[in-house]
Write a protein that binds this ligand. Sequence first.
Ligand SMILES: Nc1ncnc2c1ncn2[C@@H]1O[C@H](COP(=O)(O)OP(=O)(O)O)[C@@H](O)[C@H]1O
Ligand SMILES: Cc1ncc(COP(=O)(O)O)c(N)n1
Length: 276
Amino acid sequence: MKKVLTIAGSDSGGGAGIQADLKTMTVHQVYGASVITAVTAQNTLGVQGVKTLSVQAVISQLDSVLRDIEFSALKTGMLANSQIIEQIAAKIKEYSLPNLVVDPVMVATSGDLLLKEEAVETYKEKLFPLAEIITPNLYEAKVLAGVETEENNDPQVLAEKLITYGSSWVLIKGGHTTKKRSAKKAVDLLYDGSQFIEFEAEHIPTNNTHGTGCTLSAAVASNLARGMDMEKAVGQAKKFITGAIKNNFPVGQGNSPVNHFWRLQNLQHSSNQQFS
Ligand SMILES: Nc1ncnc2c1ncn2[C@@H]1O[C@H](COP(=O)(O)OP(=O)(O)O)[C@@H](O)[C@H]1O
Ligand SMILES: Cc1ncc(COP(=O)(O)O)c(N)n1
């Protein structure tokens, strides 16, 4: 079985972060290991507290797993600050880890900040050049491109800017343009510096989208670990997240997480053609 590592924050509510990643990896039939960067006190209503671990604590977890386990892919989620990003980048280089998926998490769906502002430059300088793919949402893409005005919402222009930071691929997620309940499509844009590929799915009119970004990037990492090329890995991950949003179920009193298990239910009830 292929092994995949997530380096991210813990969501006590179980819908995003490390918890979403491990559930996603499990239903993709890869072995998931985790390095925790921060512990959030979080539920479906929002983030009530954040305790970021010391750089030493993060690196010691990373050394433990990297000395022992061979990973076919890894993803990063909430990295909290620039010191953590810098040290993680150094370790990824040291161990020549393959198939790095960077989800540059900045803000939770609830609006709570998960990254120090000064860390944006460190992402660009240290981590993106090592990444196979970066997966910002539209808001994150604009911050990373240094674009703040409303008129610069064109994902193609943003992708062209972000690819210059050195990742092999950029995926700009369309969830934030499709938050409006009237939206018909949820479109994500993949770019490798020469070709734009759009992934289109039906837009599901719901607020129960907690953990969508984490889940999508963990699915991409799992698919890459299983040997898919980037276009297929993203295409399958997009189908997975769409089903997970569609099949959400009530969890707490706020915005429910996506349903990671729909794929298991689906596997039980179908001949598994869709995911083979
Ligand atoms: N309401 C929705 N209906 C269908 N797909 C959605 C919806 N909201 C988000 N998505 C999809 O979920 C994935 C994560 O996107 P997004 O929500 O923008 O990321 P993030 O959680 O990082 O903000 C993308 O593939 C996006 O198109
Ligand atoms: C620990 C942690 N990591 C990431 C997110 C972002 O997830 P989302 O934007 O989908 O709520 C989160 N809420 N908590």
